[in-house]
Design a protein around this ligand. Structure first.
Ligand SMILES: C[S@@+](CC[C@H](N)C(=O)[O-])C[C@H]1O[C@@H](n2cnc3c(N)ncnc32)[C@H](O)[C@@H]1O
Length: 338
């Protein structure tokens, strides 16, 4: 009997449309995903019994070697993923196509990447939708670009800016490899421009729905982002340190054309689940970066003045950064109380 308190139990059965399991995902979806038998030229991920991973591109006639002997790529080509293969010296490898979250942490890197847990937060909290027009800077290694392109789909637009040519080249290769394009033909929603966002975004002259900043000094780009965003558009920054976080938030506040910024971080902890031994995992990634979002007000509109006073001394004599526009005059004289 379905439990009426559980909304999930009332969901209608999933449609079975889509044809047989071996039908490939339509190429025009630009998903970066294939189904059906493994083909020559595809990447697969091998995981050994100790959890070590190897990514290989399948080539007819080629051999995979490890410290547990070897096997031929031809043993994999033509099979449905999700099987094990045994090497000549008894090593057992699990074979799957890599997921996007696996691809971005194993692909070649120029700069540090946005981790999958944060890319997921960005896509959800910046409300990236199919058909959205998104600007991102810098492109770095192209990890976030892949998630953004997945979310906007072929009818959207991701305009990426990167000021270092060598990183742009790495990103181009990674994005092309993930979405399975060829050298001259990448995801149709993607355009990559070289240059500094603060100079190049005004030159692009585009109006966009979302802007994601993953760079050292995002506060330098707040003015150009406010000019490019639609009313209601979302500005996101991904910053590694508290000093960057503070400077970005206060710059957005002082600008006056955005809602009060919302700052947070996400911590993800694995769990060990084995019989009666159910406990948190021993290791976790303690910190990646902080996220900040703010929404663009309509032209000439301001967010409501805050009813609550700032914490004592928050903007007092020791504070030297940008100041919110609506501060009561006396707060400037307060000492900070920690
Ligand atoms: C941490 S990386 C970005 C990683 C990327 N989001 C990813 O997921 O792979 C930061 C990048 O921003 C670029 N950058 C910094 N300031 C920039 C600016 N003002 N305009 C364009 N790119 C910038 C740097 O060259 C660097 O490649």
């Amino acid at each position: 009997m379905p439990d009426p308190a559980d909304a999930r139990s009332e969901a209608p059965a999933a449609p079975t449309a889509g044809g047989p399991a071996s039908t490939d995902v339509p190429a025009e979806a630009w998903s970066g995903v294939h189904r059906g038998p493994l083909r020559a030229g595809e990447w697969v991920r091998l995981t050994d019994q100790k959890g070590r991973r190897h990514n290989i591109c399948l080539e007819p006639g080629k051999r995979f070697f490890s410290n547990r002997g070897h096997f031929d790529h031809d043993e994999l080509i033509g099979r449905e993923e999700g099987f094990t293969v045994q090497s000549s010296a008894g090593g057992v490898y699990l074979v799957f196509r890599p997921l996007l979250s696996e691809f971005v942490v194993s692909m070649p890197r120029g700069a540090a990447v946005v981790y999958p847990k944060d890319a997921a937060q960005i896509v959800a909290m910046a409300d990236i939708f199919p058909g959205a027009r998104v600007v991102e800077a810098g492109v770095g290694s192209g990890a976030l670009t892949c998630s953004l392109l997945r979310a906007v789909g072929p009818l959207g637009r991701v305009l990426s800016f990167e000021r270092r040519e060598e990183f742009a080249d790495v990103a181009r290769r990674n994005v092309t490899q993930f979405f399975g394009g060829t050298e001259g033909q990448s995801h149709p929603a993607w355009e990559l421009r070289l240059g500094d966002l603060a100079e190049e975004l005004p030159r692009a002259g585009e109006t966009v729905d979302r802007i994601i900043l993953d760079m050292l000094a995002p506060w330098e780009c707040v003015d150009v982002c406010s000019d490019a965003l639609v009313p209601g558009g979302i500005l996101v920054a991904y910053v590694a340190t508290t000093t960057q976080l503070s400077r970005f938030v206060e710059t957005v506040r002082a600008h006056g054309g955005f809602t009060d910024p919302h700052a947070w971080e996400s911590l993800v902890r694995d769990w060990h689940v084995e019989g009666l031994a159910v406990r948190p995992g021993h290791k976790m990634m303690g910190h990646t970066a902080f996220l900040v979002t703010a929404r663009r007000m309509a032209p000439g509109e301001k967010p409501p003045a805050k009813k609550r006073r700032p914490a004592p001394g928050a903007y007092g004599v020791d504070y030297t950064g940008p100041r919110p526009l609506d501060l009561p005059p006396q707060v400037a004289d307060e000492p900070f109380e920690s």
